[in-house]
Design a protein around this ligand. Structure first.
Ligand code: 3HC
Ligand code: NAI
Length: 699
């Protein structure tokens, strides 16, 4: 095995280099290697200063997350950091790439830090349901002050080298990590700079010690969106300990908090989600050596709600886009909406002031499908009607250059049927973005029966390039996400006929952690769309129909399942809706019963899990974790519950199968009968996760 940590001498300076791909995570071997090499350098009489740096693409990206939950192996990270901090010779961290989590904590243990200009530094542990557990909550506030420390630790967002320099987190921005680190070390020696141990320097804590509101206000603003999460509050407590207590006591408090979180269900779910997201980008069933096709120029058809958002996602990543509409009016409208959207974000400080012009400069609006001819990837986002899609794909087949990937953003339609209208079905697939497409991270990549492996890889790789999270799905009605959503919608509608009210159902769903309940979501999307589609198909849904007949189309008409005050998007329960439900039930001869919150939760979540099991059986999704990624990034499933399939495993499949069978009988609904896969796993006492382990073992 090659050494994961090496040491070489540049004159009187020892350079200790971590080389443990892919991201130099702090495995036991890396910890041991740093400790031994630092100790050896300290003992070496020829050495006067020590530079710690990393080979490969990044500085240390943190603790090795795969080691959590396993028995701890010496040396501890705190021992490594203590060796750097207590070294009698100056220690310097020379940073490139990302110094994250335990990686930044190691750097904070050094007496000095320098970084290359595109380096990023952060403590993102909170995103894994953790707090920085190796002194980060005590040293970072001492390095940059409590306000920025709260933003970085409670918010988990890294900062760039320029900001790090401004706030005293690094001493210098350097050109090259090794040469820059060594040059800085020489400067320290020549100038005889006193070494600075952050643990001894409380100067930046003084203001918050005198006025604690500096700290509590920062925490309040960072925890506004932390509903349901434990870690942000634990992070804040640990930073509070840095302000209130001497260093060693603060460190002990931090340790206590870390040990609690690392075994919590929330952190387990969040760590699971981290790996699930990375796993999803790995495509099954692709021959070795298959590569994505190059994509330099993209065309998008349709500048409506979705086409505009998709175009913005590409422009945000610096990729030029041709946006195509049927007429000038539609085009101007679409371009105007994007422009306004960018301006609003810039006004809020979300993007630099010159970004709107730059990004709009990358989007060329034109009329006519013949304009796709230079595009390497074409994404269709026109109306959701098969006839229109077929017309568009027939034209694309005529105009697109050979080898261009042709994608449809359809929500439900059969991608194979769309592909069959072309002479190149191998180039056709689905790229299903979620609304608002410039914000939502999920992209379901729909693999048709004839989709070529390299076309599939092209879609996956470009999705990653524009900062989306790709998940491959097979062809079926609604793919992964919307198909499961439909199973839930059926139950939410039925619950109204049995006696629940929209606000009761929504409250249970939001209390569980979803951003919105099904009825508030219906009001947001517009109830008239479903109503028209039911009329077309001759289907009835008496309560929803009655609402639309009364002109209640949702937010756009100021009332739907709820009422909305002028200009407000907050749903208010409406007695008129309760009366309308009562009337409808009376007409149908139905009686309302008391529906418990427990039943609502089970009937909102378990049918989705059941549908997920069918999706796995039919191989629409390759792994249970792919389904979880869809729900985490497409529908706002609470990250601390890991996704529906992970949640199912944590509840226990036996219980879920029993409850589904119970509701199937009690509500006379065969769709609730447990799916064969769920039944089998429940019977064998297994989890969905065991399927993924099995298929890994087989591979
Ligand atoms: N431990 C173990 N494996 C890790 C890891 C970590 N900290 N970080 C990344 N990896 C693995 C990934 O799983 C992936 O493996 P794969 O190739 O088998 O799928 C591989 O490294 C590459 O990762 P990415 O695909 O994410 O590569 P990117 O270049 O897109 O991103 C990164 C690199 C920004 C470093 C990103 O991986 C990342 O954000 N990593 C996690 C950083 C983090 O959360 N650190 C804190 C850890 S907790 C901690 O330090 C506790 C301490 O306070 C005690
Ligand atoms: P939209 O109605 O807002 O926009 C469609 C646009 O396509 C219109 O501007 C229209 O002028 C244009 N168009 C129609 N025919 C065209 C043609 N032949 N050539 C060029 N442009 C043409 O619709 P929306 O909501 O953007 O939906 C588009 C697609 O995205 C649909 O397939 C839909 O199912 C899917 N989708 C929609 C989501 C949503 O929440 N709205 C979410 C995910 C997918």
């Amino acid at each position: 095995m090659s050494e994961v940590v090496t040491r070489e001498r540049h004159d009187v300076i020892a350079v200790v280099t971590v080389d443990s791909p892919p991201v130099n995570a702090l495995s036991a071997a890396v910890r041991r290697g740093i400790l031994d090499n630092v100790n050896a350098a300290v003992a070496d009489p020829e050495v006067q200063a020590i530079v710690l740096t990393c080979a490969g693409r990044t500085f240390i990206a943190g603790a090795d997350i795969t080691e959590f939950g396993k028995p701890a192996q010496p040396p501890s990270l705190n021992d490594v950091i203590a060796a750097l901090e207590n070294s009698p010779k100056p220690t310097i961290a020379a940073i490139h790439g990302t110094a994250l989590g335990g990686g930044l904590e190691v750097a904070l243990g050094c007496h000095f830090r320098v970084a290359v200009k595109d380096a990023r530094l952060g403590l993102p542990e909170v995103k894994l349901g953790l707090l920085p557990g190796a002194g980060g909550t005590q040293r970072l506030p001492r390095a940059v002050g409590p306000e920025l420390a709260v933003q970085m630790i409670v918010g988990g967002n890294p900062i760039g080298a320029a900001d790090a320099l401004k706030h005293g987190l690094i001493e210098e921005v350097v050109e090259d990590r090794v040469a820059g680190g060594v040059a800085f070390a020489r400067k320290v020696l020549v100038e005889k700079r006193p070494t600075r141990r952050l643990r001894d320097d409380d100067s930046k804590l003084a203001a918050a010690r005198a006025d604690r509101s500096i700290f509590t206000n920062a925490v309040a603003s960072m925890t506004k969106k932390a509903r349901g999460l434990e870690a942000p509050f634990a992070c804040a407590d640990a930073i509070g300990a840095a302000i209130d207590l001497p260093f060693d006591q603060g460190l002990a408090k931090e340790r206590e908090g870390f040990l609690k979180l690392v075994v919590s269900d929330q952190s387990k779910a969040q760590r699971y989600a981290f790996f699930a997201e990375r796993e999803a980008a790995k495509v099954d069933g692709v021959p070795d050596g298959a590569k994505p096709r190059p994509v330099a120029r993209v065309a998008i058809i349709g500048a409506g709600t979705m086409g505009g958002g998709i175009a913005m996602s590409f422009a945000n990543a610096g990729i030029p886009v041709t946006l195509i509409e049927t007429g000038k009016e539609q085009l101007d409208r679409g371009m105007g909406i994007m422009q306004k959207n960018y301006e609003a974000t810039a006004a809020r400080g979300g993007i630099p002031a010159d970004a709107p012009a730059k990004r709009m400069g990358l989007i060329t609006g034109v009329v006519g499908l013949e304009n796709v001819k230079d595009a390497d990837l074409i994404i269709e986002a026109v109306f959701e009607t098969m006839a229109v899609k077929k017309e568009v794909f027939t034209a694309l087949d005529a105009y697109a250059k050979p080898g261009a990937v042709l994608a449809s953003n359809t929500s439900y339609l059969n991608v194979d049927e769309i592909a069959a209208t072309t002479k190149r079905p191998q180039d056709v697939l689905g790229m299903h973005f979620f609304s608002p497409a410039n914000v939502m991270k999920l992209c379901e990549i729909v693999r048709g029966a004839k989709t070529a492996p390299d076309a599939l890889l092209t879609a996956v790789s470009i999705a990653k390039k524009i900062a989306k999270v790709p998940v491959v799905a097979g062809v079926c009605d609604g793919f992964i996400g919307n198909r499961m959503l439909a199973a839930r919608s059926k139950q939410s509608e039925k619950l109204l006929f049995e006696g629940a009210l929209p606000q009761q159902v929504d409250a249970v769903v939001t209390k569980f952690g979803m951003p919105m309940g099904p009825f508030a979501m219906g009001d947001l999307a517009g109830l008239d769309i479903g109503w028209r589609s039911r009329q077309d198909r001759g289907i009835k849904s008496e309560i929803a129909d009655a609402l639309c007949e009364a002109g209640r189309f949702g937010q756009k008409t100021g009332k739907g399942y709820y009422k909305y005050e002028q200009g407000s998007r907050s749903p208010l329960p409406d007695p008129e809706v309760e009366a309308l439900i009562n009337d409808t039930l009376t007409k149908l001869g139905l009686k309302r019963r008391e529906v418990s919150d427990e039943e609502i939760l089970e009937r909102m979540v378990y049918p989705m899990i059941n549908e997920g099991a069918r999706i796995l059986e039919e191989k629409i999704a390759a792994r249970p974790s792919d389904i979880d990624v869809v729900w985490l990034y497409g529908y706002g499933w609470p990250i601390y519950r890991g996704g529906p399939m992970h949640y199912a495993d944590s509840v226990g499949l036996k219980h879920i199968a029993e409850r589904l069978a119970f509701y199937a009988k009690a509500t006379n609904d065969p769709s609730l009968e447990p799916a064969p896969l769920l039944k089998r796993l429940a019977g064998e006492g297994k989890t969905f996760a065991s399927l993924a382990q099995q298929s890994k073992a087989a591979a």
